[in-house]
Design a binder for this molecule. Structure first.
Ligand SMILES: N[C@@H](CCC(=O)N[C@@H](CS)C(=O)NCC(=O)O)C(=O)O
Length: 341
């Protein structure tokens, strides 16, 4: 009998040892670190096409770049990398970390050389010299455009840090409800990879809780409801600012007759608000006619068809449908998301 216990003990120790070795190895292979934006001269990555874009159709930052590339008429290879929201943490897979050690999308690869950070990529695309310029010639207009880009951007270090001053910072909070419904299609083991290896533990923690508890419960507990409402209220103010600027512009674009990167940054905000159901709510709450016209102008462009419509993902539609159903059937969820702060 004691021999059986001895053997069992050895098996348990061996299994624990193997698990530890696996964990340490994975931790090492999945280690990420921040990288500077812009072109990384001297790095040459494997590539099949002169221009390759590592991106995801649900990624706000990827969308800006995809739209700009379509507007510039650039031919490129789209390499879809999954986010946990769309399937699994491919962003922290050892293979993708060789492309971007920060584990973030998008990455543009030009003749093998990577360019990081969406706003730096947008700048870079302007120098490739194709299509109509999306950057104004005058310095003053360029500076105003940069302000819009920054206003709509999501910081890599602190994505939700500046909701009072940046529309982009409100995006993660406003995406939480659809995350909670989309995550129902994600396997728990994929979320656990994030808990173990992602540098940001808060989001996989939220996903796991949302996966287990469902939308209604997650909206009643923890920091989520306050964060969503704070993002919503701040975004409402930002949308008024955008609407007013559109009214004051000679149109049809935010800076007048020229479509610029500022419009692209705003378009990415509209898409996210639309797919999460918030745009309808903001439109019903306030007069945002100029934004509605701006958005419609975007949707009529061939670039939209290429960069947005053709890249639609079923998992987003399924999440959106579940969220709409929950809002329609639960007065409580409706009051948490749409009620007074
Ligand atoms: N400041 C960066 C932000 C990039 C970023 O946050 N990307 C998100 C998608 S929109 C991402 O790749 N997340 C991967 C993850 O968190 O695992 C940029 O503008 O490119």
């Amino acid at each position: 009998m004691s021999l059986v216990f001895d053997i069992l003990g050895l098996v348990v120790i061996a299994l624990a040892g193997l698990t530890l070795i696996w964990f340490v190895r994975e931790k090492f292979l999945r280690a990420s670190h921040p990288v500077k934006g812009g072109r990384h001269e001297g790095v040459v990555l494997p590539h099949d096409a002169p221009l390759e874009l590592y991106a995801n159709p649900f990624s706000h930052c990827s969308r800006k770049v995809t739209l700009a590339m379509a507007e510039y008429g650039l031919a490129f290879r789209y390499r879809q990398i999954e986010l946990i929201e769309t399937g699994w943490y491919q962003t922290i897979s050892p293979a993708f970390l060789k492309i971007n050690p920060a584990g973030l999308l998008p990455v543009l690869v030009h003749d093998g050389v990577p360019i990081f950070e969406s706003d730096e990529i947008l700048d870079y695309l302007g120098n490739l010299g194709t299509g109509d310029p999306l950057v104004p010639e005058e310095a003053e207009a360029r500076a105003r455009m940069q302000q819009w880009i920054a206003f709509c951007g999501i910081s890599s270090d602190d994505p939700m840090g500046k909701i009072a001053t940046h529309a982009g910072a409100c995006i993660p909070g406003l995406t939480l409800p659809i995350f909670a419904t989309m995550v129902q299609d994600i396997k728990i083991r994929h979320i656990l990879v994030g808990i173990l290896f992602h540098p940001d533990k808060k989001r996989p923690g939220f996903f796991l809780a949302a996966r287990g508890m469902g939308l209604a419960k997650i909206l009643k507990s923890g920091p989520a409801p306050a964060l969503i409402r704070a993002s919503r209220d701040a975004m409402r103010v930002h949308l008024q600012t955008i609407n007013k600027s559109l009214e004051q512009s000679d149109g049809p674009w935010i800076m007048g007759s020229q479509l610029t990167l500022a419009d692209i940054s705003l378009a990415a905000i509209y898409i996210r608000l639309d797919e999460t159901g918030w745009l309808d709510w903001f439109m019903q709450s306030d007069d945002l006619a100029a934004i509605a016209a701006h958005y419609k102008g975007w949707q009529a462009r061939p670039s939209w068809q290429k960069a947005v419509t053709e890249r639609r993902l079923d998992i987003i539609d399924a999440g959106r449908a579940r969220l709409a159903e929950a809002l329609a059937s639960s007065a409580e969820i409706k009051s948490i998301l749409h009620g007074a702060s």
